[in-house]
Design a protein around this ligand. Structure first.
Ligand code: PLP
Length: 375
C-alpha cells in the first residue's frame, strides 16, 4: 500500500541535503547561534524576494502577530477585526494583549475574510484589521485597504499560509502577499510553504519608523543595550533556522510551482463530480496552495477520511471549529449561526495532501481513491 502524507518534508530535504548539511555545519563550526551573518543574509534575501524594505525575523508566526500589535501601540479595549475561519493564532494574540477580537464571516468562494462584513463590524473603537490569506491566496486587499483608509485603521496581514503569493491591484500594480498592509506576518513552521527545521517567523514592513519599533519590541523593548524603553518580548530566529531558510528561499518559486501542479491535477480529476467543490482562485491573486481544501457536498466526510486512511492517504480538516464557537473564545456577542459561511465550511471542508514531492502515480492514486468513495 502507498503511504501519502499531508506533506513530504523528508523527500524535500533529501533533494537539498548537501547544501543544507553544509550550511548547518558552518553555523556549528562558528558557534554563532543567535544573530550573526546567517540571520542577516536570510533577512536581506527575503527583503529582495518580497521587494519590501524591512524584514524583522522572529521566533514564530504567532509572535510575529503579537509583536505587530505591540509595535502599533494597540491598547486594551481596542478592537481588532479578523475572520472566524482561521488558525487560532490570528485571534489568540489579540486576546492575549487584552485587545478585543471582533470576528466576521468569510467569502464563500475564497474562504477569505469578507470585506463587507468587515465594514459592518467597524465601531469607533476599531483600530486594526487582520486579513488572513487562508490556504495560500490573498484576501481582497483593494477592498480592505479602502476600508482601512476611510476609517483610519491599521492592516496587519496574517501571511503564514501565503508567502510568495502575488496580489494584483485594480490599477495593475503587483505586490507580494504580506507587503500590502502596514505590517505582514509570516511563519516558518516546518510544514508552511517556506518552512524551517524548527520554529521561525518574520514580520515585514515598508515603514522605517515601524520597522525600528518592531525591532525594539522583539528585543526586550530595548534600543540601547540594557535600557528598556518599552515592555517587549524575546523573539528571535536562530542562525541554524536562518541558514536552512536561506537555502529553501532560493527554491520557493519552484516549490510553489510544484504545489500549483498538484492543484491543477486535482482540479482536473474532480471536474467529473459536483460533489467535490475545488478551490477557486480570485482574479486579483495567485494561489500558492499551502493547503488544497475542497468542500464536500452530500458526502460523509468522516467516511471519506476513513476510506482514505485505509488506503494510506492522509487528509485533514482545517478548521473543524470556527473561532467564535471555540470554548476559550466564547463571548456573549456571538452565537452559533452568526457566521453561516464559516460554520458551513467548518462542517464540509477537507484538505487533501499537497506538497512539493508528488509524482503523477501518487496523484492518480489519491484522486482515484477519493472518487472511488464519492461515486
Ligand atoms: C501557522 C499559522 C500561524 C502561526 O504560526 P506559528 O509559527 O505556528 O506560530 C498563524 N496564522 C496562521 C493562519 C497560520 O497558519
Amino acid at each position: 500500500m502507498q503511504h501519502i502524507p499531508m506533506v513530504d518534508l523528508v523527500g524535500q530535504y533529501n533533494k537539498i541535503k548537501p547544501e543544507v548539511d553544509a550550511a548547518i555545519q558552518q553555523v556549528l563550526s562558528t558557534a554563532g547561534f543567535i544573530g550573526g551573518p546567517f540571520v542577516k543574509k536570510f533577512q536581506e534575501d527575503l527583503q529582495k524576494y518580497l521587494d519590501v524594505k524591512h524584514v524583522i525575523p522572529c521566533a514564530n508566526g504567532t509572535d510575529a502577530l503579537q509583536v505587530a500589535m505591540m509595535a502599533l501601540g494597540l491598547k486594551p479595549g481596542d478592537e481588532v477585526i479578523t475572520t472566524s475561519f482561521t488558525f487560532i493564532a490570528s485571534a489568540e494574540v489579540i486576546a492575549l494583549l487584552r485587545l478585543t477580537p471582533v470576528l466576521v464571516d468569510v467569502d464563500m468562494t475564497t474562504y477569505n475574510i469578507d470585506p463587507m462584513a468587515v465594514e459592518r463590524a467597524i465601531t469607533d473603537r476599531t483600530k486594526a484589521i487582520v486579513p488572513v490569506h487562508l490556504f495560500g491566496q490573498c484576501a481582497n486587499m483593494d477592498a480592505i485597504l479602502d476600508i482601512a483608509r476611510r476609517h483610519n485603521l491599521y492592516v496587519i496581514e496574517d501571511n503564514a499560509q501565503a508567502i510568495g503569493a502575488e496580489y494584483t491591484f485594480k490599477d495593475g500594480t503587483v505586490k507580494k502577499s504580506g507587503t500590502i498592509g502596514n505590517i505582514g506576518c509570516t511563519s516558518f513552521f516546518p510544514s508552511k510553504n517556506l518552512g524551517c527545521y524548527g520554529d521561525g517567523g518574520a514580520i515585514f514592513t515598508d515603514d522605517d519608523a515601524l520597522a525600528e519599533q518592531l525591532r525594539v519590541v522583539v528585543n526586550h523593548g530595548m534600543k540601547v543595550r540594557y535600557y528598556h524603553d518599552y515592555v517587549g518580548v524575546n523573539s528571535r530566529l536562530d542562525a541554524i533556522q536562518a541558514a536552512v531558510l536561506d537555502i529553501k528561499l532560493a527554491h520557493l518559486d519552484e516549490y510553489i510551482k510544484a504545489r500549483q501542479k498538484v492543484a491543477a491535477y486535482y482540479e482536473k480529476a474532480f471536474a467529473c463530480t459536483d460533489r467535490i467543490v475545488t478551490p477557486k482562485t480570485a482574479d486579483f491573486t495567485t494561489h500558492v496552495f499551502h493547503q488544497y481544501t475542497v468542500v464536500l457536498k452530500d458526502v460523509d466526510r468522516d467516511g471519506l477520511m476513513q476510506h482514505l486512511q485505509s488506503k494510506g492517504i492522509a487528509s485533514a480538516i482545517y478548521y473543524p471549529v470556527p473561532l467564535h464557537i471555540q470554548k476559550a473564545y466564547r463571548d456573549p456577542r456571538y452565537k452559533e449561526g452568526d457566521f453561516p459561511n464559516c460554520e458551513y465550511l467548518c462542517k464540509h471542508v477537507l484538505a487533501l495532501p499537497i506538497h512539493t514531492e508528488f509524482n503523477e502515480e501518487q496523484l492518480e492514486y489519491v484522486t482515484s481513491s477519493v472518487l472511488e468513495y464519492i461515486r
